[in-house]
Write a protein that binds this ligand. Structure first.
Ligand code: SOE
Length: 405
């Protein structure tokens, strides 16, 4: 397919070597990643210049429109053609989970760097194949990263450094919920996110993957076992039109189909250190739109974060006298805070889309430095093992299920 316009070179820095990005998938996550690639070179001083070389999707008209809207130089309808392009150095995978493994393994074999949306794959086996391919490619200087973008909120990044500095001391509890409500209406159609063959799992893989990654990242240690319950509250839903995105309402074609994934997942877990955790992921939490909350309690203090107030981090210093102690709000907008020296003056907060800019920033730096970025495909595989253990435990009615670390 032809070139609709000049490539979007993501900012100035024309003297720097280009990093051609080719993106597969162009719906919600594709749009979010496009924002990241388009903006990153305009805000951050980067060692390489991201170029939005080509975007790929099966519907020619739709992918062309997406390319025009988001500044991609070319549109492809076959992901193999995208991978084969000489102007693509990095393949960004924003498709449903069922195609992650095939595209990522092929892209790595073709010598490309890879960014893959979460969850890494739909099964542990696929994730193992991807992690092995990434480890091999790493030897050839190719980098791979999973898109757990909530690590890139300045406040969560600050929380990670506070935990690593020892401000919480020995960790005792991690409490996490990730709640949405877009499935409450039983007439909401059976889109790909509700079908195991495309999505792998439901709220568990979509939302649970994020909070498992975030909890392990903030705690700085892996989960070693879970006891879980999952439920599908609405088992039959209207069939949608053939082409539909995951969250958008679509025209119904008549007839109903069976939901083959969980609507909600609830689990308790144990960290390697013995700290205890609880997780809840649901698409049925009325009134909660994209509510991710995490709290960590340690012997010296606590931290709490709420995605709906993402410019803030709550911190309780338990070493202070009881008369003054208590949670206080850190407004995470100072230039000394993670990522913020490149943005706005203090108090001028960031939002959801900035996490994708930061993700692109970190990946470009890692590629230029030849340093493996995090979260790696191995980290994505570890999350996949936790998700599989949750499913296994839920099948056995909450039996404690260990996770291989
Ligand atoms: C939909 O549930 C969704 O878009 C997830 O797929 C994303 O990963 C999350 O960030 C927001 O919600």
């Amino acid at each position: 397919m032809g070139q609709p316009h000049e490539p979007d070179e993501a900012g100035t820095g024309s003297g720097k070597p280009a990093l051609g990005v080719g993106m597969v998938g162009y719906a919600f996550m594709g749009a979010a990643h496009s924002q990241g690639w388009r903006t990153v070179g305009r805000v951050f001083d980067l060692p390489r210049r991201p170029v939005l070389a080509a975007v790929c999707g099966r519907d020619e008209q739709a992918v062309r429109a997406m390319a025009d809207r988001h500044g991609w130089a070319a549109a492809e309808t076959d992901w193999r053609a995208l991978i084969a392009r000489d102007d693509v150095d990095l393949v960004d995978i924003c498709t449903p989970g069922d195609s992650h493994a095939e595209i990522a393994v092929a892209a790595l074999a073709a010598g490309k760097h890879v960014l893959c949306e979460k969850p890494l794959a739909n099964t542990v086996e696929e994730a193992e194949t991807m992690a092995a391919a990434a480890a091999e490619a790493r030897e050839r200087g190719q980098m791979s990263m999973v898109g757990f973008n909530y690590r890139r909120v300045p406040a969560t990044s600050l929380a990670r450094s506070m935990v690593a500095e020892g401000r919480l001391g020995t960790l005792r509890h991690v409490r996490v919920t990730y709640l949405q409500d877009w499935l409450v209406d039983p007439q909401f159609p059976l889109t790909w996110r509700l079908r195991k063959e495309y999505a792998g799992s439901g709220a568990l893989g979509d939302l649970g993957a994020h909070i498992v990654d975030l909890a392990q990242y903030l705690a700085g240690e892996p989960l070693v076992g879970v006891s879980a319950l999952t439920e599908t509250f609405v088992r039959q839903r209207p069939l949608p039109a053939a082409a539909s995105s995951g969250l958008a309402a679509v025209t119904e074609t008549g007839g109903v189909g069976t939901v083959t994934v969980d609507d909600a997942a609830l689990f308790t877990a144990r960290f390697a250190s013995g700290a205890l955790a609880s997780f809840e992921a649901s698409r049925f939490a009325t009134g909660r739109k994209n509510s991710l909350r995490i709290e960590l309690n340690g012997e010296h203090g606590s931290l709490a974060f709420d995605l709906e107030r993402l410019n803030e981090l709550s911190y309780h210093d338990h070493t202070e006298p009881g008369t003054h102690a208590g949670f206080r709000r850190i407004l995470v907008t100072e230039p000394e805070h993670p990522y913020l020296d490149a943005w706005w003056p203090p108090g001028h907060g960031l939002g959801y889309e900035h996490t994708f800019v930061h993700q692109a920033r970190d990946l470009v730096h890692a590629i230029a430095a030849g340093r493996p970025p995090a979260p790696s495909f191995a980290d994505g595989l570890q999350v996949q093992r936790v998700l599989a253990a949750v499913e296994e435990s839920a099948e056995k009615n909450s039996v404690y299920t260990p996770i291989a670390v």
